[in-house]
Design a protein around this ligand. Structure first.
Ligand SMILES: [Zn+2]
Length: 286
């Protein structure tokens, strides 16, 4: 029995006018019925919702019948043992004359839950509330499923919990496919001091002018790119010379450094001679 409907899964309204006599002698109406998990291994059926109840209570006689287990009472302890397997399925500690179920941490606002006590020939015990670590444990065991799907799969794990509030660091990191860009350690002081260049092609499809190769120049200072089309990649040298002329005319400055890869379209006698004559330093980046 519980006074908190949130602890009950698969809640059904109780239409019969059933009542339960509680500890102060008064009668209280049974509002609903459902099931609840009291430990990792134990799910109880027929949990009654009685709004006036201040404690969560379990009938030991019903518990032992439903679960086919034995309850052993010791001076300071109570143990529950499965009769088929002999496995211990739960325990409770004596606390102020009542038995407090192990593994239960009262939530904020909850008082005196977690108690198992002799009561008119029956004993009473609170419901186990799943911890956040249980949710994470099952998230790991099942291969990191989305918490929303985990809730659909095991609703009882999320009693009084919001599946959207759970975050898994492993999941977050595994979705991150790129590390952040390294800080640029050097940047040229003015436009066109350093030009980066590369060639791409051949394109599987020719464009309408019949070109299949591309060369681009990127200004290190402004990061602005220029793209030129080529019918043959051997045209790179001539295109660079034209590009340099355009820079001199339009921007009144000269290229100081040309950075390229080791491709032979860059390292040939024509471009080498041009760079030497123009005092351009040609650097291979790899
Ligand atoms: Zn995860």
């Amino acid at each position: 029995m519980t006074g908190d409907a949130a602890l009950i899964n698969e809640y059904n309204q109780c239409n019969k006018n059933s009542t339960v006599r509680i500890a102060d002698g008064s009668s209280s109406q049974v509002k609903g019925i459902g099931l609840s998990r009291i430990s990792r291994d134990v799910i109880l059926n027929s949990i009654l919702h009685i709004p006036k109840l201040d404690y969560n209570l379990i009938s030991i006689s019903k518990l032992t019948r439903d679960l086919n287990c034995v309850a052993k009472f010791f001076p300071n302890l109570c143990k529950f043992q499965d009769l088929d397997t002999g496995k211990k399925i739960g325990s409770a500690k004596m606390c102020s004359g009542l038995y407090l179920l192990n593994g239960f941490t009262p939530q904020k606002g909850q008082t005196q839950n977690g108690i198992l006590a002799p009561h008119k020939g029956r004993s009473v015990l609170n419901f186990y509330v799943n911890k956040d670590s249980d949710v994470m444990l099952w998230h790991y065991r099942l291969g990191h499923p989305n918490f929303m799907y985990l809730e659909k799969l095991v609703p009882s794990l999320f009693t009084n919990k919001n599946s959207e509030s759970f975050k898994c660091e492993v999941c977050q990191l595994s979705k991150q496919i790129h590390s952040s860009d390294p800080t640029i350690s050097y940047k040229s002081s003015h436009p066109f001091a350093i030009i980066h260049s590369d060639v791409w092609g051949p394109s599987p499809v020719k464009n309408i002018t019949g070109t299949r190769w591309f060369v681009f120049f990127v200004d290190d200072h402004t990061r602005l790119p220029w793209l030129f089309l080529m019918k043959e990649k051997s045209k790179v040298s001539q295109i660079f010379q034209n590009f340099h002329s355009m820079i001199q005319t339009q921007f009144h400055t000269k290229i100081q450094i040309l950075k390229t890869d080791n491709a032979k379209e860059y390292f040939n006698s024509e471009l080498n001679t041009y760079c030497l004559n123009q005092d351009i330093l040609h650097i291979s980046s790899c």
